[in-house]
Design a protein around this ligand. Sequence first.
Ligand SMILES: [Mg+2]
Length: 201
Amino acid sequence: MLKNSKQVIAVDLDEVLFPFVKPFFEEHFNPKFGTNYIEDDIFTYELENVVGKTREEVISEIDIFYKSGALERILPFNNAAEIIDFLRIKYALHAVTARPDFIREETQQSLQMHFPKNSFQAIHFTNQYHGGSEIREKVDICKLIGAIAIVEDSYRNAIQCADSGMKAFLLKKPWSEYKVTGKESPNLFPINNLREILKHL
Ligand SMILES: [Mg+2]
């Protein structure tokens, strides 16, 4: 087998390539509980701290949402396929997601459906919220695959990768905390959209 000499970039899925918070609240949570949450309300990705439920309850609602076929319905952000198509020419892309192992198949299918064929060399699942299988840190996966950069919307994952010497592109979202922590790194690049990555690579 030919050794792949391209530099590796890790790409998060939820809120980087696909929306999650918006469809989860609009399609599932709000109608079920009679609430009105919008993206701007989500000041942390630890949703239990936003909605006044336990972590177990939130995870159970996310499971129900997944099992309703959500991943078949959720479309990627507008320019995501275009940027991935561009990046994959020069870089080996690995999807690194906090999603649980049990939606591996649906995840593979939606990437195949919406992105150019073989855009991603592999998909790594960290099970960070759901457990069930081995829980891993994204930074550890990034080290393992030799990533030079990661694209993320989680400040926690991004700063861990930045502190380990990778470039971390942090999409600014209401929950990204990029403004409030005061902790910065020369490797951390807050971005407004995926296209801005190209300026910093
Ligand atoms: Mg994400």
